[in-house]
Design a protein. Sequence first.
Length: 604
Amino acid sequence: MTPPALPPLTLAQMLREQARLRPGAIAIRQKDFGIWNPIGWQTWLRRARHVGHGLRALGLPAGGHVGVISENRLEWVLAQLGTSLVGAITVGVYPTSPTPEVAWVLAHADVDVVICEDQEQTDKVIAARAQLPRLRAIVVMEKKGLRNTPPEHRGLVKSFDELERLGAQHEAAHPALVDEVLAGQTLDDIALMIYTSGSTGKPKGAMISYGNIRAVVSGIVERLGLDPDTTHLSYLPLCHVAEQMLTTFVPIYLGSQVNFGESIRTVQEDLREIAPTMFLGVPRIWEKLHASIQIRMQETGRLRRVLFERAIAACEGFAEKAPAQRTISEKLRFALAWLAIFRALQNFIGLRRARVALTGAAPIPPAVVRFFRTIGVPLVEVYGLTESTGMITGQRFDHVRIGTVGEPTLGVEHRIGADGELLVRGGMVFAGYYKSPEATAAAIRDGWLYTGDVVREEGGQLRIVDRLKDIMITAGGKNLTPSEIENTMKASPFIREFIVIADGRRFASALVQIDFETVGKWAESQRIAFTHFRSLAENPKVRELIESEIARGNAQLAPVAQIKRFHLFTKELDHDEGEVTATMKVRRASIYQAYAAEIEALYR
């Protein structure tokens, strides 16, 4: 069923409309000191207006750029919508980014004001001050630590409370400003600049228009069956398009509720408390939840472990079916398994009320998807890009094929190029890269967005083969898709990262990072002593464990794709050292260069 057309309003205009239609309804809940504090739509609009006026009082021009560096919290979306209400553009920056990366993004984006979460983020901006000629002010959400600001910068730094006070005064003097801005705001105006992860070079600033946002929301709502009663836990970085689409895009158009936990470290506890109806997890989150269940079952008694194994075996065969499609026998088997085991597991991970669970942003091992669907979590795979303003394909609940990313959503045209590359067209295709017409022209040709992903169409569903640039050709001329090999291996709870080497080589090998938490617990159960990551990774018993996991993975692969040798990292891959991006995507070129000696040793 096609949902009703969305109003032809921008995100900021839609916030005003929701405040008019449901002023006292809860829009946001934020957890502080263990208490979930509600914020209504009218309050959100009022405070966002104050933030926007405050930014204007600090010198933000119409069409100016506001940087936000923070974990997810109420002030993030107050800043974003406040910026929109006064006709300016928000630029999100990953809070995990080191100072040089923060400096590069803020300078490239030409920011006028930066809103920081705390002193740590403020220090990064102050360190980059010389590279930011347009910077008029730094606003800090958390007051503690402000006294540590160097004296020469204190006039530049304001608290978030002070910003709202300034805004209330500015609004009293200019009461018509927001309404005048919104009267002239159009769907063609730019709402956000979202910087790409930069896995192959410097991040690029993707310009997202209000029209892009409205177009993508229609497809998301239709495919996922979302409505105003949907509840969501926001924890993935808001400077990423995936979290933006579920924290601001969809809720503001639907009038649904968003919850901000205390921090990224309390996600599982927060999930148990609120039990949201919708949950988005990148593959690493699902892999960690999968590993935590596996460890829990290893630690439990023999009877419960046997029940768990039998329940999985009984229900795994119909994991791809929606509940309504199951036979009476399958429904009965699942009901018994749910009462005995699955209900407790759903409560343990906090997804007992989930009507839809999503995985996207990177490939996921099919075995992990099958496991969660088997225990009753309605997990579906979706696909999208920053440049497509988020999700543009997704599995239908009644037509799931594990390993695919489903069908294009409402309003998305697609075709497959001669080299297998997916091309898409529609209102959700971004406006272009900021200050980079050459990159824009390469990405959008004749209205088609060239995604860079190689796909196969299987029964109307799209399967992502790999990134076009990542496909490898061995010395024997065989084509390999490294993501297929890597996903097979990462289904192991003991393997965190798996990086294939095969291009121009006579066989496939790999660089492997162990999962310190799960391998550490295994080592403790085996009474293996270790003190830190390196001592654990260098233990011969750990190498034997990883060797057995790779052998298990090799059994699922064609002979040419099997891993013959591997090297174990003796430390975790680090964003600060340029080995992974802020979204934890592996920078292959950097790693191949940094570990050139270890790679060559694998082929001697």
